[in-house]
Design a protein around this ligand. Sequence first.
Ligand code: ACO
Length: 401
Amino acid sequence: VIDIRKLYAQTGAFTFDPGFTSTAACESALTYIDGDEGVLLHRGYSIEELSEQSSFMEVAYLLTEGELPSREQLEKFTYTITRHTMVHEQLAQFFRGFRRDAHPMAIMCGVVGALSAFYHDSTDINDPKQREIASHRLIAKMPTIAAMAYKYSVGQPFMYPDNSLSYTGNFLRMTFGVPAEPYVVNPVVERALDRIFILHADHEQNASTSTVRLAGSSGANPFACIAAGIACLWGPAHGGANEAALNMLREIGTPDRIAHYIERAKDKNDPFRLMGFGHRVYKNYDPRATVMQKTVREVLTALNVNDPIFEVALQLEEMALSDSYFIEKKLFPNVDFYSGIILSAIGFPTSMFTALFALARTVGWIAQWIEMISDPEQKIGRPRQLYTGPAMRPYVPLSAR
Ligand code: ACO
């Protein structure tokens, strides 16, 4: 690691690094990735152990507070989050202002940004107490907002949170329950979704997290920063990849068509890429994809769903991983390759997939934002550029052009 700040101060020299492939923009104690070995740790704990033994609420505490909670701390934290699950009643008007066929991510960008217009008592970023309340509010309200976006799209009434349920159980009920009928949370689905949330909770300085940090570096309030993160996550190269991966698998449809799509992905004249494959940092199997693949089996068995797409995914992975193009470029399945199959089996439409990612990643965004704001050395983010435009030239009046 070369700290080039001194060189810049002495000579004015700076690095040119489009896409930040080799530039660290901050120090962080949250998440460690070894892309060559396929290792992912949160505060030192492996993603395999967390997804197997922990819960999303516990991981949220770990990321935001720094250590695993005691039983008492976890109960208190869960109680606090639960208390904040309701959204201001007037927010429902926002939803009703959107077209019914609006993408849930379009709605989430708008509604989450609008939270800063409702919760004025948690927008002062210089007050640690207000920062804490804002972080609890965001973690608690994201499931409510995501579920409302879904309910609005299918024309069903919004469901108020039921705080006797777990974080994830409550989200399932707000999404799939209807007011007139009791909703029984399926424990296998609840556990699988909670695990998906854990797998998406944080991933160091990815594009959306960097966006949250950059927005926050100017002093913008946390609700606005998270809305910026949601906007960035929406793209198909990032959070939109799970939706794109499932659409691709459905388009492939049957195993006999896989070879054709692999050939297309290798063809440099064809913009097609295998969605859910490849990663900026992992040059080995994404450890989250391993957990995800195992979870697909559990969910399909528990729900008695026989989705032929799972077989297509397994065979696609096998064929790609024995193809020299993918071997040489170190392209492996990433977290998004299998997640869509699970979410679809649970009943989520593809348009909701990225909204679920945003819900879970809010924990990481918030933890990273707090880490940044609490750093006394924190500076506004301001990348440099290599100017390639014309040199100074005289203005030409309109009459002479
Ligand atoms: N299919 C086919 N070829 C690929 C793929 C793919 N999925 N991914 C990368 N490549 C090739 C590129 O064409 C490039 O080839 P070249 O060296 O001949 O030009 C090489 O591998 C390197 O790819 P880059 O795009 O330069 O790698 P980068 O690190 O910038 O991109 C990314 C990473 C965006 C994830 C890329 O692999 C991709 O587009 N994957 C598909 C989308 C996807 O699954 N995104 C989810 C990422 S994980 C997440 O956000 C949770």
